[in-house]
Design a protein around this ligand. Structure first.
Ligand SMILES: [Fe+2]
Length: 210
């Protein structure tokens, strides 16, 4: 018989996710929406995960007019990062830096195909205006060959206005078809660990580049 020094097993899934909800978001929701609508009138849409909607370039947030909204988001993102790091399951021990940010306006019939966010460690989203039936977000991990102890492979979140989510960038997700007659507004972002060439950690947020 083999005599082990130690033997054990641990559940390594599901993923960790942090979530916050600003109950006063209704006070600033229209300002966000107006800014996003005006931007979408001027700029061409990107075609990444979004189908039939508007997806901004991922440097849109560098626009001067967005800075009050960026300040608001930065504060909330940092709070969520702290919350994420507080969880004993978290492996994040750095100060992640914003690497890019983009927004989606999903018109009636729009949706986002399944994707991950390569090149970052954490991904997140702020829900600005998500009318009923305008599209839940679906999370899934597809390690179908290893279902041991994993109770769920998919999870649905029905977002609400003012909700912010933070999750590992490697976690695959998609957005359901907008079946309402109103548009769905959301702002997504990526974070990654960043060091200067001398090894010093860079301050958050960077105001010099994306
Ligand atoms: Fe995404």
């Amino acid at each position: 018989m083999i005599e082990y020094e130690s033997i054990g097993s641990n559940l390594i899934l599901p993923y960790l996710m942090a979530e916050s909800l600003d109950k006063n978001f209704f006070k600033i929701k229209d300002e966000f929406k107006n800014w996003m609508d005006n931007y979408a009138k001027v700029y061409q849409t990107n075609h990444r995960s979004n189908v039939n909607g508007f997806q901004s370039p991922d440097d849109f947030y560098m626009e001067k007019g967005f800075s009050p909204f960026l300040n608001y988001m930065s504060e909330r993102i940092l709070d969520l990062v702290d919350e994420f790091k507080l969880n004993e399951e978290s492996s994040i021990n750095c100060i992640p830096r914003l690497s890019n940010m983009w927004f989606n306006i999903n018109y009636t019939g729009s949706y986002n195909t399944a994707h991950t966010h390569p090149g970052s460690i954490l991904a997140g989203v702020l829900y600005v205006d998500v009318p009923k039936d305008s599209g839940d977000i679906q999370f899934s991990h597809h390690d179908f060959h290893n279902l041991t102890l994993v109770q769920h492979t998919d999870m649905t979140i029905e977002p609400v206005d003012g909700m912010m989510l933070l999750f590992p960038s490697s976690l695959q997700h998609s957005v359901d078809v907008n079946c309402s007659d109103k548009s769905r507004y959301s702002i997504a972002f990526n974070l990654y660990e960043y060091y200067e060439e001398d090894g010093a950690r860079r301050e958050w947020p960077s105001d010099s580049d994306g």
